[in-house]
Structures are given as structure tokens and as C-alpha cells.
Ligand binder design. Structure first.
Ligand code: MN
Length: 280
């Protein structure tokens, strides 16, 4: 198997486990995120393992690429159970799970695993979209409802959203009573990080939080997003926290013939892994 960044560490030797969740059955607009993990593996050949930003190298961190989970496209519940059980095993084995989506609903599986292990879990959520609908087209499990399902589990004041610029009026009204939401940018992130010090935190990065000018390869692009360097800085800042799981979702490589979106996703992943690995 081609592993991402050529990682060769076995599962048992690794501190961090990267795995793909190639599922896109509930998307509201354009599908194709199921192709993201393998596109990233292939294109990771073109990215240096060394980061001049952090003066750190991926070869110095013990990371295992577990490949892609085998997911049933027609069965959302079964898919989420498969993801949850893999993430739970990694967490129980004292490893940090880092998932590559797939659409955003896959995060519900890993967050369920993290919340069972860490009942005090907080969720940091970067996204263009609120993902707070109670249901979408009559179904409860959708990439448009994923953070609402996380709220069902965790309750008020446990979800922190940044970069949000799309959703229906109901979602924005509902959010005021139940979640922390920073619209459009990362203002306030440093205060939130300070308040979460010492707590178990799950970080969910929907890459469509980026502006489509730098990241057009996604199913539901939303103009008015943040820059690559803003996201990079936010990732570094979050990695000071006790991150117990994280994901990068919603890359849809087929909508960007240039391949730049895949390169963006890879560089964010590299910096995320290095920032997480620095604490291992
Ligand atoms: Mn989104």
C-alpha cells in the first residue's frame, strides 16, 4: 500500500494513527470526498517531510497510516459504527487518531469514540457551515447535521465553531443558546484556547473553512473564507491543547483539476501532525 507521506511505522510502534474514512453518501450538493484519502496519499509524494515553519520533520515522529476503513456507502449507521470502533481502539491503545474524510458526517464516529473515553470532551470546529440542522431532507444523519448530533451527545457550551458563514436562519438563532460560534474568522480563538487548557479537546477541520480561491476542491464552496496562513496559525494554536482526536474533512479532489486543493490539504495535515507530534 502507498502510505501517506511514506509513513512506515507499524501500528504497535506509533503514537499517531492516520486513517481514511472515504464516505460521501449524505452530501447535500456535490459528492466525491470519498476520493480524498487516496488522492492525498498519491500526491503526498510531492511534499517535503520537513517543515520550515516549525523546523520539524515528519520522519522524527512515529506515525502509522492504517489505510482506508471499508465503509458501506448505503448504510450510514453501520459506517459510523465502523469509524467509532476503529477510533476507540486507537484511543484505548494510547494512540492519537487523525482521520481523513470523507464528508463531515464521518467526524461523528470519531467524536463518539472520544466522548465515551473523555466525558468532559470539548469540540473545536472550523467550517464555513454551521452543520447544526436538526435534520436535513428528513434525515438526522447528514453532513449538514453533524454538529447538532455532537451537541445531542455533549450538550450546551461544549462546541466552539470558527469561520462560519453559511447556514439557515434557524441554525444561527439556535446556535446563540447552545454553542460558541465565531462567524467568518478566528477572532476570539486565543481566549477559547485559554479557557480549554487542560481539557480533552477534539479538533474537526472542515477544509471549506478556507476561501475557495485557495481551496476550490470541495463539494459546497463558500466564498469569503479564511486564508491558508490563518488556518495554519489556528492549527498551531489549537495543538497547544490536549488534543485527543482530530480530523480533516471535505476535500473533494475531482473539483480541482490543478491539484492545488489536495496540496493545501496535505500541507495542513503535515503541519497538524508535526504540531501534535511535538508533544509525543
Ligand atoms: Mn463545511
Amino acid at each position: 500500500m502507498t502510505t501517506i507521506f511514506g509513513f512506515e511505522h507499524a501500528y504497535d510502534d506509533a503514537d499517531i494513527v492516520v486513517f481514511g474514512a472515504p464516505f460521501d453518501s449524505t452530501v447535500s450538493f456535490r459528492p466525491g470526498t470519498r476520493f480524498a484519502p487516496n488522492a492525498m496519499r498519491l500526491d503526498s509524494i510531492g511534499l517535503e517531510s520537513y517543515s520550515p515553519y516549525l523546523d520539524a520533520d515528519l520522519t522524527n515522529i512515529r506515525i502509522h497510516d492504517a489505510g482506508d476503513l471499508e465503509l458501506c456507502f448505503g448504510d450510514t449507521n453501520r459506517t459510523l459504527c465502523t469509524i467509532e470502533s476503529f477510533a476507540a481502539k486507537a484511543i484505548n491503545d494510547q494512540k492519537l487518531p487523525v482521520m481523513i474524510g470523507g464528508e463531515h458526517l464521518v467526524s461523528l464516529g470519531t467524536i463518539r469514540a472520544a466522548a465515551k473515553r473523555y466525558p468532559e470532551l470539548r469540540v473545536l470546529h472550523f467550517d464555513a457551515h454551521t452543520d447544526l440542522r436538526a435534520e436535513y431532507l428528513g434525515v438526522c444523519l447528514s453532513h449538514a447535521t453533524v454538529m447538532r448530533r455532537v451537541w445531542d451527545m455533549l450538550g450546551d457550551g461544549r462546541i466552539y465553531q470558527f469561520g462560519i458563514r453559511s447556514g439557515d436562519r434557524e441554525e444561527f438563532l439556535w446556535s446563540r443558546q447552545h454553542v460558541y460560534m465565531q462567524k467568518f474568522d478566528f477572532n476570539g480563538l486565543s481566549d477559547v484556547i485559554q479557557s480549554l487548557t487542560g481539557m480533552p479537546v477534539y479538533l474537526s477541520i472542515d477544509l471549506d473553512v478556507l476561501d475557495p480561491s485557495i481551496f476550490p476542491g470541495t463539494g459546497t464552496p463558500e466564498p469569503g473564507g479564511i486564508s491558508f496562513l490563518q488556518l495554519l496559525q489556528a492549527v498551531y494554536d489549537c495543538c497547544k491543547l490536549n488534543i485527543v482526536g482530530c480530523d480533516i474533512v471535505e476535500l473533494c479532489p475531482i473539483y480541482d483539476q490543478s491539484g492545488v486543493s489536495t496540496a493545501v490539504a496535505l500541507k495542513i495535515l503535515r503541519e497538524l501532525l508535526l504540531a501534535l507530534g511535538a508533544k509525543k
